[in-house]
Design a protein around this ligand. Structure first.
Ligand SMILES: Cc1cc2nc3c(=O)[nH]c(=O)nc-3n(C[C@H](O)[C@H](O)[C@H](O)COP(=O)(O)OP(=O)(O)OC[C@H]3O[C@@H](n4cnc5c(N)ncnc54)[C@H](O)[C@@H]3O)c2cc1C
Length: 565
């Protein structure tokens, strides 16, 4: 059992309490701690276990939003894209996208061209190349596998990709911690206690022991609700004099569900990302090279269920397969090709009666003063791309509400902990130093995930050479990553390690084949006993079944699960 001591926390008075450790909460906590606020962040699961791990993983301006005249949102997102390319170049990379344009679809050539020009104007200060339009003959030469029927040409432009979005969140958490914030995962906020018009303390519950403890503020403290699709649920936790009294009567979030599938490289698969208008319903979707595979998504459906129980439907999977086969007829993808699926709920503003695709993607800082609670602000909406901006706005607001001068925001220029450029001399140095023990493929892979922290991971193999061993011959990952996740990256479970510190869960048939090797390593180096290994294996299998395994695949996999450890 994991036992943690919460006594210190109970005795501390915090300036800022952040509920939710997705990318937005992490960004708020980092900014606040760097600006000197006594900060605590409380997350009910693992960091980035919510929507932040279920996105298309693009750091983008949102070309699509131009159709809805959301120019300020696009401008803001493009500015944030540039900041992330500079402060987290190990995690956020330029991504070339290609749009095939067809005569019979709703977005004609001139409209795409106009969008491209506008996108370039809104990012005039960018470091990425500008767009280019492709006439049909040139397009077909570059993309011979793409359906030529009715082709009017194409467009190419750049955006950003964050392959390991969960690690972007984690680096913000680790940076917040290094700056003095207390960050707690697997602790749920169960009650918000109110006196008069203020939240004075929170009851929290440790997921491992069920122990309850209190987190308190002072008379100027603020509480920030960055619980994503759970924002309304957190507002329901309000209590006055032990009476349940939800904060506010109106629903703030109107979530929409989006699903993705992951497939191995397939016949006709493009080298660049495709941004395609679906033939059946005109919705734009992406086919993106991702982590040596392809990520295809997303869908967009109104969602009213529990964000804790989410899985791609067979219909959504079939839609994504069918549309990919339309645009790349050689692909011939079928359900058997699906390696992994995932679904998330976009925490969008509640907008009854609106089409999911047309609901604004801009974020709103909802001040609950108008509902009678003066020190609570909830985040409605917010993209991965704009998390830093959200942090800046929230922390500015906290200082203003505390009546203090607002210190300058440091996150625009301060690099994230793993920041390193591929041209950094340390990369070459490490490749030479470890040449005899570790393949260059592995070292490059580590730099792309951990940036400069690769040096710490490789350092583990100096004292324990066995940790340089690949986890499996098919993948570049090594055992040291598992040990590093537990010792340095606040990972508690196999799901944390395989799904959010690494992407092992998306390989080797949902990571199932890797479980024996992983639990051996955890037993040997991290003190996991037999009971913990068995418990974790079971938890992992349940998680996969509940979230990532398509229903049509579950029989197959359950046969595979019957291995003995
Ligand atoms: C299908 C899809 C595709 C997307 N694609 C992109 C994209 O390509 N680019 C982009 O920029 N954005 C994209 N987004 C949007 C983006 O992923 C989200 O807006 C963003 O991740 C939201 O982060 P968050 O921190 O606000 O919420 P979350 O990541 O959901 O975090 C909220 C956290 O609060 C925790 N929590 C809830 N209740 C409690 C409680 N009582 N106590 C403690 N903790 C609690 C949850 O466990 C959760 O971890 C996409 C979203 C979806 C769904």
């Amino acid at each position: 059992m994991i036992v943690r001591d919460f006594n210190n926390i109970q005795q501390t008075t915090y300036d800022l309490i952040v509920i939710g450790g997705g990318v937005n909460g992490a960004g708020v906590a980092r900014d606040a701690a760097l600006r000197g606020l006594k900060t605590i962040l409380i997350e009910k699961g693992d960091f980035a276990c919510g929507t932040s791990s279920w996105s298309t993983r693009l750091i983008h301006g949102g070309l699509r939003y131009l159709e809805y005249f959301e120019f300020p949102l696009v401008r803001e997102s493009l500015r944030e894209r540039e900041i992330l390319l500079r402060t987290a170049p190990h995690l956020v990379r330029p991504l070339l996208l290609t749009i095939p344009i067809y005569r019979d679809r709703s977005r004609p050539y001139w409209k795409i061209w106009a969008g491209m020009v506008l996108y370039d104007i809104l990012s005039a200060d960018k470091t990425l190349p500008a767009h280019r339009m492709l006439p049909p003959a040139q397009f077909q030469q570059l993309f011979p596998s793409i359906d030529p029927d009715g082709l009017a040409g194409g467009a190419q432009y750049y955006d950003g990709q964050v392959t390991y979005a969960e690690r972007l969140c984690l680096e913000n958490i680790l940076s917040a911690k290094a700056a003095g914030a207390t960050v707690l995962s697997y602790v749920k906020v169960t009650h918000l206690h109110r006196q008069g018009n203020r939240i004075t303390s929170l009851t929290c519950k440790d997921a491992w022991t069920d122990q309850e403890f209190t987190v308190k503020g002072h008379d100027k403290s603020m509480v920030i609700n960055t619980a994503g699709p759970w924002v309304d649920h957190v507002c329901q936790l309000g209590m006055t004099n032990n009476q349940e009294a939800p904060i506010g009567k109106t629903k703030k979030i109107g979530g929409t569900k989006g699903s993705h599938i992951v497939v191995a490289p397939f016949p006709g698969a493009p080298n660049t990302s495709l941004y395609v208008e679906a033939k059946s319903d005109g919705r734009p979707f992406f086919i993106v090279p991702w982590d040596r595979m392809y990520l295809i998504g997303t869908t967009d459906h109104k969602f009213t269920g529990s964000p804790d129980q989410l899985k791609a439907d067979d219909d959504e999977i079939d839609y994504l397969l069918r549309e990919t086969n339309y645009i790349i007829p050689n692909a011939q993808l079928s359900r058997q090709d699906v390696k992994f699926t995932y679904s998330g709920v976009r925490p969008l503003p509640n907008a009854e009666g609106k089409r999911p695709g047309s609901i604004t993607r801009k974020h709103i800082l909802f001040d609950h003063t108008k509902e009678g609670v003066t020190n609570l602000v909830s985040l409605i909406g917010g993209k991965l791309t704009t998390y830093r901006q959200v942090g800046e706005e929230m922390v500015d607001l906290v200082f203003k509400r505390q009546g203090k001068p607002v210190p300058p925001c440091p996150t625009e220029n301060k690099p994230l902990p793993g920041c390193i450029l591929p041209s950094d001399p340390r990369v070459q140095q490490v490749l030479t130093e470890y040449r005899d023990r570790i393949s260059s493929q592995t070292i490059n892979h580590l730099f792309s995930m951990y940036g400069s922290k690769t040096l710490e991971i490789l350092g583990l193999t100096d004292s324990e050479p066995d940790l340089a061993t690949p986890i499996t011959p098919e993948l570049p990952d090594i055992k040291a990553q598992i040990v590093y996740a537990v010792r340095q990256e606040l990972a508690y479970t196999l799901v944390d390690i395989m799904r959010r510190r690494t992407t092992l869960a998306m390989h080797s048939h949902y990571g199932m084949n890797l479980l024996p090797s992983l639990t051996d390593t955890l037993r040997q180096y991290c003190g996991w006993d037999e009971h913990k290994c068995n418990q974790e294996r079971e938890r992992y299998i349940n998680y996969m079944n509940n979230n990532c395994l398509p229903d049509f695949d579950s029989l197959n996999t359950s046969q595979e699960l019957s291995f003995s450890s």
